[in-house]
Design a protein around this ligand. Structure first.
Ligand SMILES: Nc1nc2c(ncn2[C@@H]2O[C@H](COP(=O)(O)OP(=O)(O)OP(=O)(O)O)[C@@H](O)[C@H]2O)c(=O)[nH]1
Ligand SMILES: [Mg+2]
Length: 633
């Protein structure tokens, strides 16, 4: 059974699994419901656009798919295409509607019903509807739509059982007002009702698909209705939405104003900027002082230095018999620079993991509270000068956690042009959490003035690079159209779960990569090739006033940025050398994982632009800073 027309009902009646898709507006609660219905976790955040790809899980005889949020079933963006495909494949849809935004969300509901897709409506966020002092007549809504409507509160699980029970009742009305437009399609188009509706609405991918089937009899003609049809259908649908909302919604009491006021405070520069600075300061206190210095300091200085490393060295020495082949193996496993079993483990578990966990906890809390998009509105003015809009705040902030992940989140930044700018800035001048930890540690030793200087240089580079890209790339910045999520109290369970998932993903990626890097670098080291490379880049390091051993840091930096920063901890450098070194390491090329992600999300040209640009920027800015420091001194 597919979503193809006739008034359909029942589910899973045929052989095999029934495909059910969760579909609805961004931030309506689809992913929370997905988690409730399947016991699998899909990323949940309190901002629109969290889900960008489908996630599926099987429960009993049903295969449930979580989809990216959309305001319509169409193909204007990548997310919409993904969701449209999921809808066309599905046997039935659970349409997740934010009860507090009926006028916005029922458009998709009616569109699904016009398409003849068997649907059950989950009327979610009922708790917030009540808090707003609004009442929705669920029975009247059900009657108006002609399909089951189940009130839910996804975060508490209320209504979820009923939703599951009523899934088999998924249906669509037998006829639709869009029927009358089907005549506008070329004769002899053989397509399902869902496809016909999309054709009337001018959906090109559907037209191509229908044409490719060879079902257009008179050849040549594109199986689309004329351009006016979409407008007419949309207008008619919006007016149906309005009359339904008028019929089912009524004021039931005073709404809450406190949340609104707090939200406004966050977005007004006078109050928002201090609040934002306070929040960032809190994050950096936790990251830079509590975790980077205390936790990491204890892990490195006590756990690894005193207990773990000596113990492993002793065991390896014991187990390896003497003999000439044993020496390189022992070097590989336990050498003091990057031993596979000692220093590498120490870097990953003792340094990076605590920082990464702390960072994800902090960012997860902000994500859940709905603070990030308000920061977006706040920073929109500044960012629009560098060719971006405020939505780029989220990728840039996520980038401070992990640039690789941030590259994925640039999908929410709008046009290709903005994505490229955001990606380039991320690759260039945003240090990742793993690196920040080490950087914070090194700068803390130098004093506050150096910290401020470091931030100033980075912001300067971000600004100049942004303005440069903005001026040189074709096109222009898009205005911010942001659906603000509500402010919500973060849910500790969700934050913990998300942190655990992200940290596990970090380990899965970092461990093999670190292992391979450490083995490769140790091998180069053992055979003396590392020294040769280090000699080769000596002119560069000398130009920066850095010792030759900094070349080793650069080699590490080609693979992982945090690796490079960590490599600096063991060098004897003066304050200004440390400063210049950190600037270079921060601006230097993105790690291998980020490069792979840029290739996946953008293209080879963008990747090359970022990589080469990083080399040039790192050494130009590093050189300039070194020269300036010399003048001052
Ligand atoms: N108060 C309340 N909050 C909810 C409810 N359902 C979801 N939320 C919150 O709404 C936010 C968005 O939830 P998600 O499940 O990520 O929304 P989504 O529909 O998957 O959003 P996209 O992936 O962006 O399309 C999160 O902060 C949830 O905790 C609900 O019934 N009541
Ligand atoms: Mg989602």
């Amino acid at each position: 059974m597919t979503a193809n027309g006739e008034a359909a009902g029942g589910l899973g009646t045929g052989d095999g699994e029934a495909l059910v898709a969760l579909v609805g507006a961004p931030n309506a609660g689809k992913s929370v419901l997905f988690g409730r219905l399947t016991a699998e976790y899909a990323d949940v955040s309190n901002y629109p656009g969290t889900t960008v790809e489908t996630t599926a899980a099987t429960v009993g005889s049903t295969r449930l798919t979580d989809t990216p949020g959309v305001h319509g079933i169409s193909s204007f963006s990548e997310e919409e295409r993904v969701t449209k495909e999921a809808v066309l494949e599905a046997d039935a849809v659970v349409n997740v509607v934010d009860a507090t935004k009926l006028d916005r969300d029922l458009f998709v509901t009616l569109q699904l019903l016009d398409m003849g897709v068997p649907t059950v409506v989950a009327l979610n966020m009922m708790d917030e509807l009540e808090a707003d002092g609004v009442d929705v007549d669920v029975d009247a809504l059900e009657a108006a739509l002609g399909v089951p409507v189940v009130p839910t509160v996804a975060v508490t699980g209320s209504g979820v059982d009923e939703l599951r029970d009523r899934l088999p009742e998924a249906s669509a009305p037998a006829s639709t007002p869009v029927d009358s437009y089907y005549d506008a399609l070329p004769d002899a188009v053989e397509a399902s009702r869902a496809e016909k509706t999309l054709l009337v609405e001018g959906d090109e991918p559907t037209a191509r698909r229908v044409a490719a089937r060879g079902l257009v009899a008179d050849g040549g003609d594109a199986p689309l209705a004329d351009a006016g049809a979409r407008e007419a259908v949309y207008r008619e649908r919006r007016s149906r939405v309005r009359s339904i909302v008028e019929a089912v919604e009524r004021e039931a009491g005073p709404g809450r104003a406190a949340e609104q006021r707090l939200g406004d405070l966050l977005m007004r520069p006078m109050t928002g900027v201090p609040i934002a600075i306070g929040l960032l300061a809190a994050v950096f206190y936790v990251m830079g002082v509590v975790v980077a210095q205390r936790v990491v300091g204890y892990a490195e200085g006590v756990l690894f230095d005193r207990y773990y490393n000596p113990a492993v060295e002793a065991v390896v020495a014991d187990l390896l018999p003497g003999g000439e082949w044993a020496a390189p193996v022992e070097f590989l496993l336990v050498n003091g620079n990057l031993g596979l079993l000692t220093i590498t483990v120490q870097y990953v578990l003792g340094v990076l993991l605590p920082l990464v966990v702390a960072f994800y906890l902090a960012i997860g809390t902000l994500e859940d509270a709905g603070v990030l998009p308000r920061l977006a509105v706040l920073t929109d003015r500044g960012l629009s000068r560098i060719g971006l809009n405020g939505r780029a705040v989220v990728p840039l902030v996520v980038g401070v956690g992990c640039v690789t992940m941030a590259v994925i989140s640039t999908r929410m930044v709008g046009s290709r042009r903005e994505r490229l700018i955001a990606t380039a800035l991320l690759g260039l001048a945003i240090p990742c959490s793993a690196q920040i930890g080490v950087i914070t540690g090194l700068l803390a030793g130098l004093g506050l003035a150096w910290w401020v200087g470091y931030l100033a240089v980075l912001l300067g580079v971000l600004g100049v690079a942004g303005v440069f890209l903005d001026r040189t790339l074709p096109g222009r910045a898009e205005p911010l159209i942001e659906q603000l999520p509500r402010l919500r109290v973060p849910r500790p369970g969700n934050v913990a779960r998300k942190t655990a998932n992200r940290s596990a993903a970090f380990l899965r990626e970092a461990v093999p990569l670190f292992g391979a890097t450490a083995a490769a670098v140790s091998t180069l080291d053992y055979v003396g090739a590392l020294d040769a490379i280090v000699k080769g880049v000596r002119p560069l390091t000398a130009a920066l006033g850095l010792p030759p051993s900094f070349g080793r840091v650069l080699v590490l930096g080609l693979i992982r940025r945090d690796f490079a920063a960590a490599g600096m901890t063991d060098m004897a450098l003066s304050a200004s050398q440390t400063f210049v070194g950190l600037i270079v390491v921060t601006l230097f090329v993105p790690c291998i994982l980020t490069m792979a992600m840029i290739l996946r999300e953008r293209d080879a040209r963008s990747a090359l632009l970022v990589w080469v640009g990083s080399w040039v920027t790192a050494f130009t800015v590093g050189g300039a800073v070194a020269a300036a420091l010399e003048v001052i001194a």
